[in-house]
Unconditional design. Structure first.
Length: 354
């Protein structure tokens, strides 16, 4: 397994083919370059647009759609290949790129797009400046950000359905959400393994491990890249009828999980509790230890507007937390500021001497 963090070094050592290219670099037609020193060509192979066209079709885009692409067109190849895939599908693309929400809102009104491609929080930010809730966008394709609360709010307020996909910018797409939205089906163009971080053996269904990706159909044949992203296989057949295996989405990063009262809690599980909050709410789980004992104390700090901090919300949060993290909260604190990440571990690891 090649850790993602070491790819740039391998590329530097074999510059003519950036490590793994099976064709000369200029044959890609487009070369991207990332700030970390990675040459970015994987999506840009000869079959990149076809792979993306297939992915967008699986995500519900049709030839009739007008698609706003808010991924960045500078230096990286990914937005361009998304663009080409959408064109291959017959859709019309608005190459909006990120930022400038006032212009984005204006173009949504004037060009009447039906699909939005980008971060859901940005779409929410743009649309929340609109005077009314009637918009032409029916579908948001929201790779790259885990935001179930925002997705639900987009649906409830603007009637916009959203579908997620998982990929690595230098390797290509790996998995996508079907209409059932219970996990993500693995695409045909990527071999996905989920391995135990220590033993490097495949994990059994249900267990969490690191996703290791091998793109199968590119001109850039980098084998077994360790993504550092954690997931697990979803065991039961999907109600949509698609027999392809499903991953549970990105559950966190390697080394991020914290064991609490015998249960591993990952940032993704904590973030999922946001579904119990209003759209603009935020939260942070703080793990501490009762003084002179080994008992873990779980405190959820919750940022909401003052008038929303009700006992009913407290109760809803505790219920959602138990469902997502499989362990009980000790305390819910409503705060007006959140510092630190979604999962903050303050426990001292020394075992008390008495
Ligand atoms: Zn399905």
């Amino acid at each position: 397994v090649l850790p993602r963090s070491e790819l740039a070094e391998v590329q530097r050592r074999y510059p003519e083919r950036a490590g793994f290219a099976t064709i000369e670099l200029p044959a890609f037609g487009r070369l991207g370059f990332h700030a970390g020193g990675e040459v970015d060509v994987a999506y840009a192979g000869r079959d990149g647009a076809t792979i993306m066209a297939k992915l967008f079709a699986e995500l519900g885009v049709t030839a009739e759609d007008v698609v706003v692409n808010t991924f960045g067109y500078h230096l990286a190849t990914v937005a361009h290949v998304f663009d080409e895939g959408l064109r291959e599908l017959g859709a019309c693309v608005v190459p909006a790129g990120p930022g400038n929400s006032a212009v984005q809102l204006e173009l949504v009104k004037r060009l009447r797009p039906t699909v939005w491609l980008g971060f859901p929080s940005f779409l929410w930010h743009v649309l929340s400046q609109a005077p009314d809730t009637s918009v032409s966008i029916r579908l948001a394709i929201v790779g790259g950000e885990f935001a179930p609360g925002v997705r639900r709010a987009l649906h409830d307020r603007f009637d916009i359905d959203s579908r997620d996909f998982y990929g690595v910018s230098i390797l290509g797409p790996a998995a996508f959400e079907c209409t059932e939205k219970e996990g993500m089906h693995v695409v045909d163009s990527m071999l996905v393994e989920i391995l135990d971080a220590q033993s490097r053996e495949p994990v059994p269904p249900g267990d969490v491990g690191e996703m290791v990706l091998t793109p199968l159909a590119h001109d850039y044949l980098v084998p077994r890249v360790g993504t550092g992203d954690l997931s697990r296989w979803v065991d039961d057949p999907c109600r949509c009828g698609d027999p392809r295996p499903r991953i549970a989405g990105v559950l966190g990063r390697v080394g991020e999980g914290s064991k609490v009262r015998g249960v591993f809690v990952y940032p993704r599980d904590v973030r999922a509790v946001r579904r119990a909050l209003p759209a603009e709410g935020d939260l942070s789980l703080v793990l501490s230890r009762e003084e002179n004992t080994t008992r873990d104390v779980l405190t959820l700090r919750v940022l909401v507007e003052e008038d929303e901090a009700t006992p009913a919300l407290d109760e809803a949060i505790r219920t959602a937390f138990l469902e997502e993290c499989h362990v009980r909260l000790d305390d819910v604190q409503f705060v007006d500021e959140i510092d630190g990440g979604v999962l903050v571990d303050h426990r001292a690891w020394e075992v008390p001497t008495q």
